[in-house]
Design a protein around this ligand. Structure first.
Ligand code: MIG
Length: 799
């Protein structure tokens, strides 16, 4: 017999008429006759927060997502009303709130055009069984509207026509249509009439988003519990929407520069001799590599913070020897703690009551790699502190430089749902709740605690953490990867989409398992994947290891050479990538720009997925098919140089681009100044005594930036960085570069080597800071490269 305890579905409930309105500085309260309150907070002229309660009183206002340093403040705020509505006006937005039903319409303050409008608006369904409401919001979809964002979804970049769920899930060998997967990032941007806005639904319960899937003219989002609590962010530029969201949920500090190098991983390298074999091979073959990973087999019976002494008899010595060879060791740490009274981490967690419990008191027991485990409640500050402290030995004593957090959705084996049951209790930083509310932030809080451990014990060096699961804001603490993908051509395309989508969702420091985790790539697929991977902020080969090898030399010599060539390009571009990271960290600018983000006014970009801009000036398009000699791609408007041939092409069209297996379509924006270091086998191998600047001539103007610092440590926060701004302007017979340097850091090199590309004239004179110089003195070699000692502010090259 099935006992149906669910109360009959009563249907959706709606706010009634507004009864009272109250203003408290930047917080407005609208209360209805049926106890609904809408609280509207004006955070910025372009950022409004909408929060609803149906019981006349709000919950404690607490969010794991919002960064405590998020910008606040507006230039203008005015509230008026007429018979029909309240009118809230800032310098960017006008928001109407209708007195009869609390619905809202939001307009651009300048041209008064409609940006976003409630359809039914806020409504809810009472949940008798679980208490509280299923909270819902629906918006009228605008004509031709497109949608982007939502974290790690593997589907088409443009989300229109689909419905998605956010519930962090261990998704081995997921496919294009698998949903949800590992992350829950309930933020999207919308674009219509060349204007973009974003919605961040800061609700950690299971959430859903429907983009014109159920009804063609409606987008909606809802959650299984909690409050309707969302941020409306206006652009009108999508890049500003993303930056404002990123400002709200935070950015990471700079990673150590080595973390932007190449990483090699496998499940698993062991014993020590195998690890050494791999690292030696990198050096022997001159393939740059900065990090080597230890997957779960380094542990003693998968007990976190232990070592298998048969495989690794002296970890400290090994880690030191690897470090001497330029390798940073990264070790995996999972959340499950093995139930074992002889295991001190377990005993301490038990004694101090740090493990998660079920509703009626028993421990949350689940099977993962070590067997039956208990799981720390990372949502409790005291537990996070304890966890951070556990890293002392691994980081401070042994010298491990990075930690890899896996299985933190949290994943549980052999149970329905593959995670904790809903009744598990969490502290939620003093807001006790069930797993329904804490599930999506469990992994984030684990990564946060791990980050604090590394920050403490690796000090004064910078921490490096990588996590699988994440919620909005997780990017403040850690990098991420896309989980267990597959060695297939389709997955190469998925990896590209996911990296772009994560960047669009505030999480730039991400990359896929290059070559695919499950199954075995052939050499061609691996080479094509490396080509894409070197342009992702995080660049690591990883594989499940239960098939053949997946190191750069695992295929044939031709493949090895191609892989080396592309990893070398990444190492040359390290100052370019680091600058992009600085712009992300400091200015909230995503490191990868999907074409729609790059040029939203060009409607051709709205449904593109393969092409993207890495940093601000490199246009990348991977080859996603076998046996290709090139591909068709869309080149965005403007002038671009072919990276390989320096041929100038005019964008705004789809075109064929040659790209044999040893090449891929890469274009450089005209006017760009691309900084390059010499190839190194690992960051810091060489002292950089000359900086190369590839200057791509443009008739017109273009700005470039170069950020540098000590590549590790925190001195940069005290002003010890070097930020050079280059303003290039060119005409028919002249090229002028102005250089402006900020910051107290002196870069170690003495000279700049300018490679002048695409000059339409023969150089007749060069003026440095208003003094003509003898062409011989500047080592002007006739090949249009010239070496000058740095430190000047104005360079004029005339024909
Ligand atoms: O159940 O640690 O996504 O990267 O190699 C598999 C072993 C557990 C899943 C991760 C993968 C890692 C693997 N882990």
């Amino acid at each position: 017999m099935i006992l149906n305890t669910q109360l009959e579905y009563k249907g959706d409930l709606f706010p009634a008429t507004i009864k009272t309105y109250k203003k408290d500085v930047d917080v407005l309260h609208f209360s209805t006759t049926n106890n609904v309150i809408l609280q509207l907070t004006v955070l910025r002229d372009s950022v409004l927060r909408f929060r609803y309660t149906t019981v006349g009183k709000f919950e404690n206002d607490f969010s794991y997502a919002i960064d405590e340093n998020a910008s606040r403040g507006y230039n203008h705020l005015e509230i008026s009303d007429d018979d029909e509505k309240y009118i809230v006006t800032t310098s960017k937005l006008i928001c109407h709130i209708y007195k009869s039903d609390l619905r809202k319409s939001i307009f651009d303050a300048k041209d008064k055009s409609l940006i976003c409008e409630d359809e039914k608006g806020f409504h809810w369904e009472e949940s008798y069984e679980l208490g509280g409401d299923i909270v819902k919001m629906s918006k009228a979809a605008q004509n031709g509207e497109s949608y982007y964002g939502l974290g790690d979804k593997p589907n088409h970049l443009n989300l229109k026509g689909k419905r998605f769920e956010n519930w962090a899930t261990d998704s081995y060998a997921y496919g294009k249509d698998t949903d949800p997967i590992y992350k829950a990032i309930p933020f999207y941007t919308a674009l219509h009439d060349n204007k973009s806005y974003g919605i961040f639904f800061d609700n950690t319960f299971k959430t859903y988003f429907d983009f014109c899937h159920e009804r063609r003219n409606v987008t909606s989002f809802w959650a299984q519990g909690g409050e309707m609590n969302y941020y409306f962010i206006y652009g009108p530029k999508m890049i500003d929407v993303v930056s404002n969201y990123t400002d709200l949920t935070g950015t990471p500090e700079l990673p150590p520069l080595w973390a932007l190098g190449y990483h090699q991983c496998k499940w698993s390298y062991y014993p020590e001799s195998n690890v050494k074999e791999i690292t030696s091979k990198f050096r022997e073959l001159n393939i740059p590599c900065d990090a080597i990973y230890l997957d779960i087999d380094y542990m003693d019976g998968f007990r976190c913070f232990t070592w298998n002494k048969d495989y690794f008899p002296d970890p400290k010595r090994m880690v030191k020897e690897l470090a001497d060879d330029g390798f940073k060791t990264v070790a995996i740490i999972d959340p499950g703690i093995k139930i074992d009274m002889d295991y001190d981490v377990f005993r301490e967690g038990l004694e101090k009551d740090y493990f998660c419990k079920r509703a009626d008191g028993p421990y949350m027991k689940g099977k993962v790699w070590p067997g039956e485990c208990y799981f720390p409640d990372f949502t409790r500050p005291e537990v996070r502190k304890w966890w951070a402290g556990l890293f002392k030995e691994l980081i401070e004593d042994i010298g491990v430089k990075g930690v890899w957090n896996d299985m933190n959705e949290p994943a549980v084996m052999d149970v329905p749902g593959k995670t904790f049951p809903n009744d598990v209790r969490h502290d939620y930083d003093g807001n006790p709740c069930s797993h329904r509310k804490a599930h999506n932030i469990y992994g984030m809080q684990m990564a946060r605690a791990t980050y604090h451990g590394l920050k403490k014990f690796n000090y004064p060096k910078r921490p490096f953490v990588i996590t699988r699961s994440a919620y909005s804001g997780t990017q403040r603490y850690t990098s991420t990867w896309m989980g267990d993908n597959v060695a297939s051509w389709e997955h190469l395309q998925i990896a590209n989409i996911q990296a772009q989508r994560l960047a669009l969702s505030g999480f730039s420091f991400a990359g896929s398992d290059i070559g695919g985790f499950a199954e075995q790539p052939n050499g061609e697929l691996y080479a094509r994947w490396i080509q894409l991977g070197v342009f992702h902020p995080f660049c690591r080969t990883h594989s499940s290891g239960d098939h053949g090898d997946q190191e750069p030399w695992a295929f044939d010599d031709d493949i090895t050479n191609i892989v080396r060539k592309f990893i070398e390009i990444r190492y040359q571009l390290l100052p370019y990538l680091y600058t992009a990271f600085h712009q992300y960290s400091q200015d909230n600018v995503p490191m990868l720009k999907s074409l729609v983000l790059f040029d939203q006014d060009d409607s051709q970009t709205h449904y593109r997925t393969d092409e993207f801009v890495c940093g601000n000036q490199l246009l990348i398009c991977p080859v996603n098919e076998p046996n290709a000699k090139g591909r068709r791609m869309y080149i965005p408007k403007g002038e671009w140089y072919n990276f390989w041939t320096n041929e100038l092409v005019l964008g705004g069209k789809e075109t064929w681009v040659d790209a044999d297996l040893d090449s891929m379509p890469i274009f450089v924006k005209a006017g760009a100044i691309i900084p390059k270091y010499p190839v190194q086998q690992y960051v810091g191998e060489k002292s950089i005594d000359e900086l190369t600047l590839d200057v791509y001539y443009k008739h017109g103007k273009e700005d470039s930036e170069l950020y540098e610092d000590a590549n590790d440590g925190f001195d940069y926060k005290k002003g010890r960085y070097s930020l050079r701004k280059f303003n290039l302007s060119g005409n028919d017979n002249k090229l002028v570069i102005r250089i402006h340097k900020r910051g107290k850091y002196e870069t170690p090199y003495e000279t700049f080597k300018f490679n002048l590309i695409g000059l339409p004239f023969k150089v007749k004179s060069i003026k440095v800071d208003n003094e003509y110089i003898d062409l011989k003195d500047v080592k002007f070699n006739g090949d249009n490269s010239l070496v000058l000692s740095k430190g000047f502010t104005n360079l004029q090259i005339k024909g």
